[in-house]
Design a protein around this ligand. Structure first.
Ligand code: OGA
Ligand code: MN
Length: 287
């Protein structure tokens, strides 16, 4: 995790600076930009400039209409359309609270999520941090033998599965909109050419293995990757925009009293599509 020096992302159109941010993302995996002032539209526009196409098939989109009228702008809050704190039993709350288990955004989609950009619009007076696990460092710390075992494996990711483990179930109609996706367990990240474990609580089974053995290995690997030495934590301030690379990190929200305090953030996640075309786009638009 690294903190960027002061910069106004809202007015940032310079292709060279955007490229510097992408390189810093490749190096650090998580970047913190303090003191941002972004409307909903400006947050979405910045995400497009930095990284291209946006993820909109979110789990919240199958539960209720987005309160901002744009499914690419995910409402990471405990607040409803009337501005009040959600009832304890509200399905949007039950779904949102599952952000407290280790996960990767949109790993249950194909293409999956690449960058997530989370912006703090209203923060509680108590700590409600976001924690990150470095999945490249975690991969590199594995034994050579285990690296060899897991190299050819693929994992089926499903948000229906991970929510079920939390006691939250989607209806059959909702499930039909969230079919899940299969991805390699180990991915090589272009730019750094380092390898990373690609895991999440959405990881339901290893395609090549029987279910119990596969599930045990997935649990072991998540336990390994979330040891202290691979973790960093972000303590939110109003106006923070935090960007993380879902290919090289897992994350989770830390608990706070969400029945008492409001916490309102908005997230935009980009899709892991080939880069070249849209970087050329950015440079062209900036010119
Ligand atoms: C997210 C998420 C964690 C938090 O926005 O994808 O998991 O601390 N957020 O709100
Ligand atoms: Mn998340």
């Amino acid at each position: 995790m690294a903190k960027a020096s002061p910069i106004d992302l809202c007015t940032l159109h310079d292709g060279a600076v955007l490229e510097q941010i992408r390189s810093a993302m490749t190096q650090y995996g998580v970047l913190v930009f303090r003191g941002q002032k972004l409307s909903n539209e400006e947050q979405v526009a910045f995400a497009r400039r930095l990284d291209g196409e946006l993820h909109a098939k979110t789990s919240s989109s199958v539960l209720a209409k987005n309160r901002f009228g744009n499914e690419a702008l995910t409402d990471i809050s405990n607040v409803g359309g009337d501005g009040n704190i959600l009832e304890a039993q509200d399905r949007r709350r039950m779904n949102g609270i599952s952000n407290r288990i280790w996960h990767t955004d949109a790993s249950f989609e194909n293409p999956c999520g690449r960058y997530s950009m989370l912006y703090a619009r209203n923060i509680p007076p108590v700590r409600a941090d976001t924690e990150f696990a470095d999945m490249r460092a975690a991969y590199e710390a594995l034994s050579d033998e285990l690296k060899e075992t897991i190299a050819p494996l693929h994992v089926y990711h499903s948000i229906v599965y991970s929510r079920h483990t939390m006691g939250f179930d989607f209806s059959p109609e909702e499930q039909a909109k969230l079919p899940g996706a299969t991805h390699p367990l180990v991915r090589t990240i272009e730019g750094s050419e380092r390898k990373a474990l690609y895991l999440a609580s959405h990881a339901a089974r290893i395609i090549e293995w029987e279910v119990p053995e596969g599930r045990l290995l997935l649990k072991d690997l998540i336990e390994h990757a979330t040891q202290r030495e691979f973790l960093s934590s972000h303590q939110w301030e109003l106006g923070d925009l935090v960007i993380w690379d879902n290919r090289t990190t897992m994350h989770r929200a830390r608990p706070f009293d969400d029945k008492k305090y409001k916490r309102e953030l908005t997230r935009v996640t980009t899709l892991d599509l080939p880069r070249k075309a849209h970087i050329a786009n950015t440079v062209n638009k900036a010119a």
